[in-house]
Design a protein around this ligand. Structure first.
Ligand code: AKB
Length: 314
């Protein structure tokens, strides 16, 4: 990776990934793009406004900077996609197809995130295998399965070096997520520190996989730097660092905030999406093929989140 173009740079993953890439590869070698700008992205290195559905502009920007790597993050998350399925199809699939076309034309290495959303009610629920039934029942999941297949197609047919990770819920104290099903976990921390209580839209006993953002950023860089010849399941690897339900997360928060109160007001749409996803993933393919090893457990992540949010609130 010498010159890296990132789409969706102002989003939850993008804003932290761009900073990490700029620190590692040099600020001027990372071109942040987004349909909207944010101060942290525009100030630290090159920034271009880009609508990923505009193929001509996508090409022009990639050519202008002689990009050799594309990290395509621009997408609508699960809950938002359920509310706007047609818009989600057009953005998630149209944007990905354009990104792959540019990667093909300019011979770029390519990364795009997949998700635990690729699984559905017919997939095994516990320790969901790397290769198994993928019949999602959400628009987001359908987009992500089609995306995995498209990435494999561009690799096989055109030799594009495509790589991807099936991300679980990502937890960060810096940039809030938007429009996802797993967002409750992030909100619980912020509300705990702000008000001492949180009303969860995900039910007690509903387990989902999660990962702390530093591990997510580290795993993207590690996968992109891995030996291509070893990547059998390149589109896309199961990755995860923990699995919990709202009660387990609340118990961790109470270690630092004993009076924290958790109540429930279930959102049927997001609860149904969560019910259709795995309880936990089998991550052995990522461990074996490129050495995936997350650093943060639930306990370590929760402690760090509480300290970081509290120190920023004072
Ligand atoms: C979402 O909840 O939509 C995302 C995801 C798991 O892909 N965080």
């Amino acid at each position: 990776m010498n010159t890296i173009l990132v789409t969706g740079s102002s989003g939850q993953i993008g804003s932290e990934l761009v900073a990490a890439l700029r620190a590692r590869y040099g600020a001027h070698n990372v071109i942040a793009t987004d349909i909207r700008s944010s101060a942290s992205i525009t100030s630290g290195g090159p920034f271009e406004t880009l609508d990923v559905n505009d193929l001509q502009s996508f090409h022009a920007i990639a050519r202008k900077y002689k990009a050799d790597t594309i990290i395509h993050l621009a997408a609508l998350l699960s809950a938002m996609a359920e509310a706007n399925p047609l818009f989600a199809w057009n953005l998630n699939m149209g944007g990905l197809l354009n990104a792959l076309e540019v990667a093909k034309e300019l011979n770029c290495q390519f990364f795009t995130p997949s998700s635990i959303g690729v699984f559905g009610p017919e997939s095994p629920k516990d320790l969901t295998p790397q290769v198994t039934v993928q019949r999602p029942v959400t628009m987001y999941g359908i987009n992500k399965v089609a995306g995995e297949l498209l990435c494999d197609y561009y690799h096989r047919k055109y030799g594009v070096d495509t790589r991807s990770l099936r991300f679980p819920g990502l937890i960060s104290y810096l940039t809030p997520p938007g429009g996802g099903t797993t967002d409750y976990a992030v909100s619980m921390f912020f509300e705990a520190v702000r008000t001492g209580e949180y009303s969860s839209y995900i039910n007690k006993g509903t387990y989902m996989d999660m990962m702390y953002m530093p591990d997510a950023i580290g795993s993207i860089i590690q996968l992109m730097e891995a030996d291509s010849a070893k990547l059998i399941n390149r589109n896309a690897y199961n990755v995860s660092a923990m699995s919990f339900d709202p009660e387990m997360l609340a118990a961790e928060i109470r270690k630092l905030l004993p009076a924290f109160k958790l109540t429930y007001e279930i959102d049927p749409v997001r609860e149904q999406i969560a019910q259709s996803w795995p309880n936990s993933l089998d991550i052995s393919a990522a461990q074996q093929e490129w050495g995936f090893k997350p650093r943060y457990s639930l306990e370590q992540m929760a402690y760090d989140m509480m300290i970081q949010i509290a120190s920023r609130t004072i």
